[in-house]
Design a protein around this ligand. Structure first.
Ligand code: ADP
Ligand code: MG
Length: 246
C-alpha cells in the first residue's frame, strides 16, 4: 500500500437527517501520524463528521477512505474497517458489569478472536500505557471519570487501531481530571498515532495539533496550523467562536 496516501480522506461529504442538512460538503485529508483538532460551535456537525468516518452514520453523499480502503463502498467489510479505527466518546461507554481487564479483553476476544492469554497481555500493556496498570481488577464505578476515560482509550488501543477518533473526550470530566486524559492523548500523538480530535481544549490544540479545523454550519470555514487558526484567525466566524470560548 502506498504510504504517501492520506490515512483518512474525506471527499464531498454530505449528511442529512431528514430535512436537516448537517454536513454540507466536507473535504478533508489526514496524513499518517497527523493530529487534526476539529473545533466549532455546538451543532456545527463535528460529531456527525467523526461518525461518518467509521460509518456510525451513513453519509448521504461523498466518499470516505481510511487507510486507502473506501469505507463508503457498499461492498466494504465495515467490521474490518472499524477494527482499524478506535473511537473515544465524551461518555466513556465502559461495560459497567465487567472489571477493567474484562473491558479490554472482551472486545479483543469477540471482535478479533484473540485468545484469552494474548488478550490479557495486550490489556495489561495498554493499561500501563495510560498509567492504570494497578486498576485491572477495579470496576468502572470505582474509578474517577478521568480514569474511566483512560480505560476507554486503553480499550480502543487494545484493538490495534491505525487511527483514533476522539469526540470531546474531556467534556464530561471535572476540570481537575481533564489534564490526565489530555496527557495520555499527547503521548499517543507523540508516538505517531493518526488522530482526529473534536475538542474545546484550545490549549491542547495549540500544543499538540498539526492542524486545526474550524467548522460552522456543516462546512469547514478555516483550517491550518493552530498558531494561525487560533492565534490569527482569518474568518470572522472563527474569531467570534474563539472570542466566546477563550
Ligand atoms: P456537534 O457535534 O458539532 O455539536 P452534531 O454533529 O452532534 O454537532 O449535530 C449536528 C446536527 O445534526 C444537529 O442539528 C443535531 O441535532 C443533528 N443530529 C446529529 N445526530 C443526529 C441523529 N442521529 N438524528 C437526527 N439528527 C441528528
Ligand atoms: Mg458533538
Amino acid at each position: 500500500m502506498a504510504t504517501d496516501r492520506p490515512e483518512i480522506e474525506i471527499r464531498g461529504l454530505h449528511k442529512s437527517f431528514g430535512d436537516n442538512h448537517v454536513l454540507r460538503g466536507i473535504d478533508l485529508e489526514v496524513a499518517r501520524g497527523e493530529v487534526v483538532c476539529v473545533i466549532g460551535p455546538s451543532g456545527s456537525g463535528k460529531s456527525t463528521l467523526l461518525r461518518c468516518v467509521n460509518l456510525l452514520e451513513e453519509p448521504s453523499a461523498g466518499r470516505v477512505f481510511v487507510g486507502g480502503t473506501e469505507v463508503t463502498d457498499p461492498d466494504v467489510d465495515i467490521d474490518a474497517v472499524r477494527r482499524r479505527i478506535g473511537m473515544v466518546f465524551q461518555q466513556f461507554n465502559l461495560f459497567p458489569h465487567v472489571d477493567v481487564a474484562g473491558n479490554l479483553t472482551l472486545p479483543q476476544r469477540r471482535v478479533l478472536g484473540t485468545d484469552t492469554a494474548r488478550a490479557a497481555a495486550v490489556a495489561r500493556e495498554n493499561l500501563a500505557r495510560v498509567g492504570l496498570a494497578d486498576k485491572t481488577d477495579a470496576y468502572p464505578a470505582q474509578l474517577s471519570g478521568g480514569q474511566q476515560q483512560r480505560v476507554a482509550i486503553a480499550r480502543a488501543l487494545s484493538m490495534g487501531p491505525e487511527v483514533m477518533l476522539f469526540d470531546e473526550p474531556t467534556s464530561a470530566l471535572d476540570p481537575e481530571l481533564v489534564g490526565e486524559v489530555l496527557s495520555v492523548m499527547r503521548v499517543l500523538a507523540g508516538e505517531g498515532m493518526t488522530m482526529m480530535v473534536v475538542t474545546h481544549e484550545i490549549g491542547f490544540a495549540r500544543e499538540v495539533a498539526d492542524r486545526v479545523v474550524f467548522m460552522d454550519g456543516g462546512v469547514i470555514v478555516e483550517q491550518g496550523p493552530a498558531a494561525r487558526v487560533v492565534g490569527r484567525p482569518q474568518q470572522e466566524r472563527t474569531r467570534n467562536f474563539l472570542d466566546r470560548i477563550l
